[in-house]
Design a protein around this ligand. Structure first.
Ligand SMILES: [Fe+2]
Length: 371
């Protein structure tokens, strides 16, 4: 027999942990290797689930033991062995203890231990930590700098896991400037309301950040919705209060500067600079995709040069036809004294942002002569 296990204490209820387990649609939330899962019946002993992983083979397992809000075990048949994954939640003080145990039984167990043991041992703590975080209900908004918060949500774009980030600035006057808003659920709304009054809601461009704006219109009738260039035609359902351009609105100009990125034939993104946190706020202009991201994501974001770096996607770079206009835009952005880059997808560049951006657009011609 081969076995590994991990457990953690969580400030959560058994029911909130159970909710993560009883719904196959949520299995990918705590096991990031799972792309999708389907179950052929109720979440009960005897049902069979089919799992598709981001990498590696598909897998079918059967639920062989289950005690509501306490434990369940799934088992997979392997040639010459059987693998069991036991999930357990037990009251512990004022919270619970979450445990995951994976064991392999049968004549071929030592072989599978050698083959997969290391990976299983490495991933178990991640499962349990994710389960703890999800069951405890982490806040929707996370502070990243002075008067600057982000909300991060999963998002798949063209089949790659991109993630998506909303940024919220509290202006010196107290109102909130909401950039590329996320879906407005109850938790996010309560946290926004605790920070201040939502005053401005805006996307980065006509293709990034406008999806949920109508929810903010409904929830905050006094807030102003601003359009990025060419967005008004795409969203006739939204009555915009203004159009974003190259000059900051006087009502946020003390805290935030802005400039368009010109030269791309499909999209004109407005780039923002938040002075108090020395942060650049981006939509799609640059991605920073970590080495932990799945291969298709890294390929999409970095192209054939797989070196980890901040940069525009290959598609964006290719469609930036007017390179002189793009160069002028980047040079204007580089005049700002920013250090952090809050990207719309991928990871945040916490420091060294100016050098990273300069490097990311080094392929543009130098100089700002006539077109
Ligand atoms: Fe985007």
């Amino acid at each position: 027999m081969w076995a590994a296990q991990h457990s953690l204490k969580a400030n959560a209820s058994p029911a909130s942990v159970w909710a993560l387990w009883a719904d196959p649609d949520r299995w990918g939330d705590w096991n990031r290797d799972i792309a999708s899962a389907e179950i052929d019946g109720p979440f009960a002993v005897g049902s069979t689930a089919r799992i598709r992983f981001r990498r590696g083979p598909r897998l079918t397992f059967a639920i062989t033991a289950l005690e509501h809000e306490r434990r369940f075990t799934d088992e997979t048949a392997l040639p010459g062995a059987r693998m069991a994954h036991e999930h357990r939640v037990e009251p512990d003080g004022d919270g619970v203890r979450i445990s995951n145990r994976i064991s392999i039984d049968g004549p071929a167990a030592p072989f599978y231990g050698l083959l997969m043991g290391r990976r299983i041992r490495a991933s178990l703590p991640d499962f349990v930590e994710s389960e703890r975080r999800l069951a405890e209900g982490q806040p929707a908004l996370r502070p990243v700098g002075p008067e600057l918060w982000v909300a991060e949500t999963p998002l798949r774009v063209l089949g790659v896991e991109a993630g998506r980030r909303m940024a919220v600035v509290r202006l010196s006057g107290g109102g909130l400037f909401v950039h590329s808003p996320a879906e407005l659920d109850e938790r996010l709304r309560a946290e926004l309301d605790a920070l201040g009054d939502v005053r401005f809601v805006l996307p980065a461009s006509a293709i990034h950040g406008h999806l949920f704006m109508e929810q903010y219109r409904a929830a905050y009738p006094d807030a102003e919705l601003l359009a990025a260039p060419f967005l008004a035609g795409r969203r006739p359902d939204l009555a915009f209060d203004g159009l974003l351009g190259g000059t900051p609105d006087p009502r946020w100009a003390d805290d935030i500067d802005q400039a368009p990125f010109l030269g791309n034939r499909f999209v004109e993104e407005i780039v923002f600079f938040h002075r108090p946190s020395r942060s650049l706020l981006l939509g799609d202009l640059c991605w920073d995709v970590g080495d932990a991201a799945p291969l298709p994501t890294r390929l999409w974001a970095r192209g054939p040069r797989m070196r980890r770096a901040l940069g525009p996607t290959p598609a964006f770079r290719l469609s930036t036809r007017n390179k002189r206009a793009a160069r002028r835009s980047i040079d204007r952005i580089l005049e700002w004294d920013f250090d952090r880059i809050v990207t719309g997808h991928g990871e945040i560049v916490e420091t060294g942002g100016r050098a990273a951006l300069r490097e990311a657009f080094a392929w543009l011609p130098a100089g700002t002569g006539p077109d």
